[in-house]
Design a protein around this ligand. Structure first.
Ligand code: UD1
Length: 346
């Protein structure tokens, strides 16, 4: 019998790509999503890619009773990958209670339900945001670098959730966890059947860029060219979403196979390379042949100047590597944007 994995937030950007990779690796997937920032159509896209329809339950993870019913209905569940969370940094500053409530109560509910339902493996969707701006000697940043004071309530929920999970796993509960700290996930599935679908005006760079390239937005603002970086724009570690999705499969296999060495393990998931905003724009123009309308604008409040990951631990211990290039990631994001236009969605 196939092993069954519960994926919360499975119709979202990273969740949908991870569901595809789990199915292709031979797992059965149950998606739980409240559709607050995604659409149930994504399940069709997943099915079109894998030929297998994941089970889908429209449930909010803050609803303990509804979540409990899912655990019972789909027993036995072997592992959980927890993506479901509110994730807009700016909104979190304006509505902190929404973020603290959604992002911590969901995690607590899942953890509470694990022992009584015999679920032992938990993977958490964390972020390099927990490192804040690493000190220069800590770049590329390793998992050992200190976690800094969060820049936003959103970032703080990632830290708090990491602590909640760690304390629970260390309490003697029969649960092991892997915290995956992602750098900047970008791109879309090569089939262009699933991808990133932000509501309204995108906050993140890639959807804003591809929407500008296709003419939905007039001009991309580069937030600052006076940073202490070679070209003055911020530096990030952009990881292809399919590579990132595969890291979840590797992490799940590690937990289910009992290969983890500690109750809680932390892995950075990135490429190990930093790329500036301007470099990224020029790479996009080169690999797609599309000229992008962009301008230099002022800095965005709360932005980190430069961060990229040391990913040796994930490479050496999990045997996972990011294999796709920035060109491939950006081309896939562009193909997805064009497919949305073809489908009349954007
Ligand atoms: C942001 C969050 C991070 C969160 C992640 C989730 C902030 C400060 N950080 O990461 O905590 O985990 O999203 O997706 O919001 N940029 C532009 N023009 C734009 C948009 C972005 O120049 O229109 C630049 C930004 O200044 C940054 C880079 O592009 O240097 C990437 O931005 P973005 O995609 O928003 O990601 P992060 O800020 O790295």
């Amino acid at each position: 019998m196939k092993k069954r994995i519960l994926v919360t937030g499975g119709t979202g950007f990273i969740g949908s790509h991870t569901t595809v990779e789990l199915q292709e690796a031979g797992y059965d997937v149950v998606i739980v999503d409240n559709l607050s920032n995604s659409s149930a159509d994504v399940v069709d896209g997943i099915e079109a890619i894998t030929g297998q329809r994941p089970a889908f339950e429209k449930v909010d993870c803050t609803d303990y009773a509804a979540l409990e019913a899912v655990f019972k209905k789909y027993a036995p569940i072997e592992g959980i990958i927890h993506f479901a969370a509110s994730k807009a940094v700016g909104e979190s500053v304006l509505q902190p209670l929404k973020y603290y409530y959604n992002n911590t109560v969901s995690t607590i509910n899942l953890l509470r339900l694990m022992p009584e339902n015999g679920v032992k493996a938990f993977i958490f969707s964390s972020s390099c945001t927990v490192y804040g701006q690493p000190d220069p000697e800590n770049l590329p940043v390793t998992e050992e670098a200190p976690r800094k004071k969060a820049e936003s309530p959103y970032g703080n929920t990632k830290k708090i959730d990491e602590d909640i999970i760690t304390d629970f796993c260390h309490s003697g509960a029969p649960v092991s966890a892997i915290l995956l700290r992602y750098f900047n996930p970008i791109g879309a599935h090569p089939s262009a059947l699933i991808g990133e679908m932000p509501n309204g005006v995108p906050n993140n760079l890639i959807p804003y860029l591809t929407q500008t390239a296709i003419g939905i937005r007039e001009c991309l603002s580069v937030f600052g060219n006076d940073y202490n970086t070679p070209d003055g724009s911020c530096i990030r570690d952009y990881i292809y979403v399919v590579d990132l999705a595969k890291a979840h499969v590797a992490a799940m296999e590690r937990l289910i196979g009992g290969k983890n060495q500690e109750a809680v393990e932390v892995f950075n998931i990135g490429t190990g390379h930093g790329v500036s905003v301007l470099e990224l724009i020029h790479t996009f123009e080169k690999c797609t042949g599309v000229k992008l309308n962009y301008k230099i604008a002022g800095r965005r409040a709360g932005d980190i100047e430069k961060v990229w990951g040391n990913v040796d631990k994930a490479n050496n211990i999990m045997g996972w590597h990011a294999v796709h290039t920035l060109e491939e990631s950006l081309s896939s994001a562009w193909n997805w944007q064009k497919k949305l236009r073809e489908r009349g969605i954007m």
